[in-house]
Design a protein around this ligand. Sequence first.
Ligand SMILES: NC(=O)c1ccc[n+]([C@@H]2O[C@H](COP(=O)([O-])OP(=O)(O)OC[C@H]3O[C@@H](n4cnc5c(N)ncnc54)[C@H](O)[C@@H]3O)[C@@H](O)[C@H]2O)c1
Length: 335
Amino acid sequence: MRARSYRWLHSKGVAKILVTGGAGYIGSHTRYFLEKSGHTTVVLDSLERGDARAVPAGMLRQVDLRDAAKVRQVLQEEKFDAVIHFAAYMSVGESTERPELYFINNVSGSLNLFDAMLKTGVKSLVFSSTAAAYGIPTKVPITEDLPFAPINPYGESKVMVEKILGWLDRFREFRSVRLRYFNACGAEPASGLGERHDPETHLIPLVLRAVQTGNPVKVFGDDYPTPDGTCIRDYIHVSDLAEAHIVAVEHLLKGGVSDVFNVGTGSGCSVKEVLSAVEQVTGKMVPRTIGPRREGDPPSLVADSTKLQKTLGWKPKRAELHGIVRDAWEFAQKG
Ligand SMILES: NC(=O)c1ccc[n+]([C@@H]2O[C@H](COP(=O)([O-])OP(=O)(O)OC[C@H]3O[C@@H](n4cnc5c(N)ncnc54)[C@H](O)[C@@H]3O)[C@@H](O)[C@H]2O)c1
């Protein structure tokens, strides 16, 4: 076991953790759960796509990962035990329009972070990867051993970082847990946090907005080879996702080895099932238009998360779709 984890274990079992992208949706929830678990956190975020209100006063270092010198300065000034790295661009559509943005931000930004970590002796990292790494999977539910097959620059940027982490593990004793998330959704009611992307591309907030504004939500294709013809996705509650990060970072802090895990519920819901859950929760009709399929949308993406459950003892506790929609609706009504 290495000195760093020894220090962690023999303190009160708590650590000081840097959360990049902690002003964003998943990062802010994870920061909230880390604090609840007794850990100390600092958020590094440019606020370009995040919300300063999601970070408690005094916890934010407003820095862009593309500014290598400033990133290094933050890591030199604060002594971190580990880093959880969320900061990235994440719009598939935008990544096909301007791929270079995704490689500069998601890959170069990550390299600046890893370089600063190596220079300051921080060698434990949890990385936000994605189901997009699998592209159009050859089997569903998806297990971690399926090959990388991204079909857009966003997915490719995450695969590139995953590969870099593999080399850093092999030659620099830099340990990482790569978490491949499926569709993050919902909100933690007690935290006041929620999903607020601009522009929003995720289904549940878009459907809730359609209910609120009366402007129809677009359904992309109802002729897929699925029971009701619409796409099936694995909707994972953001609080369950946040808890996966806690078990992952604690695994590394205890000296655990590098690994990769899918994070999902293991069961999928179709677009029509989401619309119907929203109608039941809100008591309102969802205005909708049915359009053609969107290029590159696989019919079904469902995670097999058995490995995460067996290895780190994580379990999704909030997998029921109506509960997820209720939490998202509560947040959406706050405006
Ligand atoms: N939301 C999902 O369903 C989903 C699914 C799979 C993977 N992911 C990954 O999870 C991570 C977080 O997703 P999210 O939904 O919370 O996104 P988000 O856009 O809400 O949060 C990302 C945060 O990173 C910050 N950021 C971006 N580039 C930065 C830079 N160069 N320097 C500093 N800060 C920067 C943004 O300002 C923002 O606060 C991303 O890496 C994303 O690719 C998300």
